[in-house]
Design a protein around this ligand. Structure first.
Ligand SMILES: [Zn+2]
Length: 218
């Protein structure tokens, strides 16, 4: 079977990367939620009673709840789509449940089959987001302290624009590049080209830019 392709990576590859990234973010979300509402914080405040109670990160807790629910539901839907029968979806609430990383590992293993079954794009949209929705991974990365500040990069956009039909290569765009670290995105404000860190695009961009700098220096 030929896997569906978006850009240079296939949909199964993207599902797998997203599952791995989300599994890495998952425990970090609990650390973030607990930073300000954890036992450690409570012990500190009980020593100094004058301290006001620290705010609990409700936004992080809400996302944990959402990840718990959506990932487990997605696994059940996918299992059914692969003919593995209907599974009850456990409600793990706000807990740090082993079921969630296990479900992500299952989706990682099943990525190729899910794409063959025609639901790879749906799985990817739910986990990684698309133009219409944020996706769990992007939301997690943003809440993990990677705020939405932007940086304007000093190197011009190296994306080659076709000048004439059929011409190979073309001129570099040269537009201003904007980095949004919280979303893992670099985008060009002129041609709209995007480099998404989670697909390894930043390394690609880095290689292109370094090659250009080397060429200019030579
Ligand atoms: Zn550009």
């Amino acid at each position: 079977m030929t896997a569906t392709t978006i850009g240079r990576r296939t949909v199964p590859e993207r599902i797998q990367r997203t599952c791995m990234s989300l599994a890495r973010c998952y425990p970090a979300l609990f650390d973030t939620a607990e930073l300000e509402g954890s036992q450690g914080a409570r012990e500190r405040s009980s020593n100094k009673r004058a301290d006001p109670p620290l705010p609990i990160r409700v936004d992080v807790l809400d996302l944990i709840r959402e990840i718990n629910q959506i990932v487990l539901e997605l696994q059940a839907v996918c299992a059914a789509a692969l003919g593995l029968g209907a599974r009850p979806v456990p409600d793990v609430g706000y807990r740090n449940s082993h079921l969630v990383p296990e479900a992500l590992a299952w989706l990682h293993r099943a990525a190729g089959q899910l794409d063959d079954a025609g639901i790879g794009d749906h799985v990817l949209a739910v986990l990684a987001g698309d133009s219409d929705q944020d996706g769990l991974l992007r939301a997690a990365r943003r809440l993990l302290g990677l705020s939405e500040h932007t940086l304007i990069l000093t190197c011009p956009c190296p994306q080659l624009l076709d000048t004439d039909e059929g011409e190979v290569g073309g001129r570099p765009c040269g537009g201003a590049l904007l980095a949004i670290p919280g979303r893992g995105l670099i985008l060009c404000r002129s041609c709209g080209q995007r480099w998404d860190e989670q697909w390894g695009d930043w390394q690609t961009l880095g290689r292109i830019v370094r090659a250009e700098i080397t060429q200019e220096a030579a």
